[in-house]
Design a protein around this ligand. Structure first.
Ligand code: ARG
Length: 603
């Protein structure tokens, strides 16, 4: 039985220079944590429930502990009469902090917290001086692997790989911003039986394989299709292709060489896409892990996990109707053996504490199965929340405007390069329609068309909850109104021009000027700016880039409201308001950076 006491108003006061990591929610949670311990000292382990309030609500943040605490303590001899009384006590016991202006209990016990405008202004000034990196979250890991993009050699790099590339890059950027060392891994499908036919076909077409170049082969996809057709039609060729696989896997140098050639040609094609998208990746393809597979299977075997089944070797897993095959009946390895080995390598050799895989949701079962096998082997903790941790980041399909899988008119798979070309040329046309070709140099026009076009493709993907399918529409993504990259990039350019038109030296103002948040619009903008840190943290924790997109869109909305109601240039509040403009531009640019968008300064 608990005995409950309420202590008198605490004198725990945070020092004037209380340490602030940029995260309002954490900071308030710490205050409420202290209050919870004082208010109900006998109830241990209660987490503070603090959340930002919706814009139309009275406070800036709300603490919802009173109701849940009440249900834990009622009928157990508590002196409190109900949730509102618990709320009152929690409020009374809240350590005084410069951050909190006032605190009140409403309704059934919601505690509304109003932040001090002065304090908020100081935090924004502080960021302007010390930089936005001071607002970076700090996840509990030092090193992570993000396994993304990962196309297959000679097969098409399709829109699914585009999604993986865009989402994976953003996740990597958010972790990098959080000072995590990220190993960006391209788990290219560079091994498998398809290489038999590819190599045989290469030998036939180009007897002198050494001199084969990308331009000689042309498009590898067409090459793949032709070799596949021959494989299906010609039994002699099929036979040769099958032998080629055996030779390749046996390490025959001639076959290895041809394999390397094909991979090299694919690699050059992939590299062009990555370069355009400004995505950094290190290739460690499936073949990289080959030498380690036998040992890993041996280890799993020694733990009693591997069983014989219909000539193959498998791992049985509770909760799955089929076992995980790790050695095929012909003795060869497969996708799962490679992934288990890659996981082993990443944990043991690369010492990664968080491993994130970005693929379409269709592969979910594969990931769930080998994650489970790894837990059984004791490589990963039993809880999927504990570190070292693995996560499969699944995403939905890309649909065409007809609602079906995204295809070209001739129902071919859409080639990435064509998509990027079109995005760029459409945004260039739009710029020319606005007469920009007469104002800008051809380079400026080209750079802006790329920033806007590629940015539009990326943002249209990232803004959706990644698990749902999304419809690819150039018209929508290149619209300059609404929640699009075009609108956001232009909003930022407008803010920069407000600053430059003022004729003030903004770096000097940062050092000497002060921010005042007297009007509601100024305050709302500053509050949203200050919520950047907790937003990135949430997006990182839940591996949801859409959370950051939503934040960015709301930010530009708050800015618009501010700018339409508060005169900046030439007003008595000019300095303060220019500093708010600058802070908005900085946060927007950081969002762009995290989303892989290139800002533009002229529109
Ligand atoms: N190459 C695979 C595909 O195109 C994706 C690989 C994802 N990464 C992994 N470790 N399985 O579907």
């Amino acid at each position: 039985k608990f005995a409950f006491t309420t202590k008198s108003r605490s004198i725990v006061t945070m020092a004037a220079n209380e340490e602030f990591t940029g995260n309002l929610k954490h900071h308030l949670s710490e205050l409420f944590d202290k209050s919870l311990k004082l208010t109900v000292p006998d109830v241990a382990g209660v987490e503070p429930l603090v959340a930002a309030s919706a814009p139309e609500k009275p406070g800036d943040y709300q603490c919802n502990n009173a109701m849940s605490l009440w249900s834990m303590i009622k009928g157990k001899g508590t002196q409190f009469k109900g949730p509102p009384a618990v709320g009152q006590a929690l409020t009374k016991n809240l350590p005084t902090s410069e951050m909190v202006e006032s605190c009140s209990v409403a309704g059934p016990g919601f505690i509304n917290v109003v932040l001090s405008a002065n304090w908020m202004a100081k935090r924004v000034e502080n960021m302007l001086i010390n930089g936005i990196d001071t607002w970076a979250p700090s996840p509990p890991v030092k090193r992570a692997v993000v396994d993304f993009s990962s196309p297959n050699i000679a097969k098409e790099m399709h829109v699914g790989h585009l999604r993986s590339t865009i989402i994976g890059d953003t996740l990597a950027r958010m972790l990098e911003f959080s000072k995590v060392e990220v190993l960006r891994r391209n788990h290219v499908g560079d091994w498998g039986t398809q290489f038999g036919m590819l190599i045989e076909y290469l030998f036939e077409k180009f007897p002198d394989t050494d001199s084969v170049t990308e331009s000689a082969i042309g498009d590898l996809q067409t090459f793949y299709k032709a070799s596949k057709a021959k494989f299906d039609e010609d039994p002699d060729f099929k036979e040769k292709a099958q032998q080629a696989v055996v030779r390749l896997q046996g390490g025959d140098p001639i076959y290895r060489n041809a394999w390397a050639k094909i991979c090299e040609i694919s690699r050059t094609e992939f590299a062009k896409v990555y370069q355009r998208l400004k995505v950094d990746l290190e290739e460690k393809g499936e073949s990289f892990y080959n030498p380690h597979i036998p040992n890993v299977i041996k280890e799993l075997d020694s733990k009693g996990l591997v069983k014989e089944s219909e000539g193959a070797r498998v791992i049985f897993l509770e909760g799955f109707t089929i076992p995980l095959m790790v050695v095929k009946s012909d003795g060869g390895y497969n996708y799962a053996s490679t992934d288990l080995t890659a996981l082993w390598y990443r944990l043991n050799e690369e010492k990664a504490e968080w491993i994130i895989y970005v693929t379409d949701v269709g592969q979910q079962q594969h990931f769930n199965m080998f994650f489970k096998a790894a837990r059984k082997a004791g490589w990963l903790p039993a809880s999927d929340k504990a570190y070292p941790k693995v996560d499969h980041v699944g995403f939905g399909l890309v649909l065409g405007e007809d609602g079906k899988r995204f295809r070209t008119r001739s129902s071919e798979v859409v080639r990435l390069v064509d998509l990027l070309d079109e995005a760029k040329s459409r945004s260039k046309t739009a710029l020319i329609e606005r007469g920009k070709d007469k104002e800008w140099t051809p380079e400026e026009l080209d750079k802006t068309a790329e920033a806007v076009g590629y940015g539009a493709v990326k943002y249209a993907d990232l803004k959706n909850n990644r698990t749902t399918n999304y419809t690819f529409s150039f018209d929508q993504m290149l619209n300059d109104k609404g929640n699009t990259a075009v609108y956001l990039l232009y909003a930022h350019a407008r803010i920069s021009s407000i600053i430059s038109k003022s004729g003030k030296d903004i770096d000097e103002l940062k050092k000497t000027g002060n921010i005042a948040l007297d009007l509601a619009e100024e305050r709302a903008l500053a509050l949203h700016l200050l919520q950047f840190a907790e937003t990135v943290e949430e997006a990182c924790n839940n591996l949801l880039p859409s959370v950051l997109c939503e934040y960015l869109y709301t930010l530009s909305d708050r800015f618009t409201t501010f700018y339409s109601n508060c005169q900046v240039n030439g007003s008595p509040e000019e300095t303060s308001r220019l500093l708010l403009c600058e802070a908005t531009a900085i946060v927007m640019r950081k969002c762009f950076h995290l989303l892989g968008l290139t800002p533009v300064y002229k529109i």
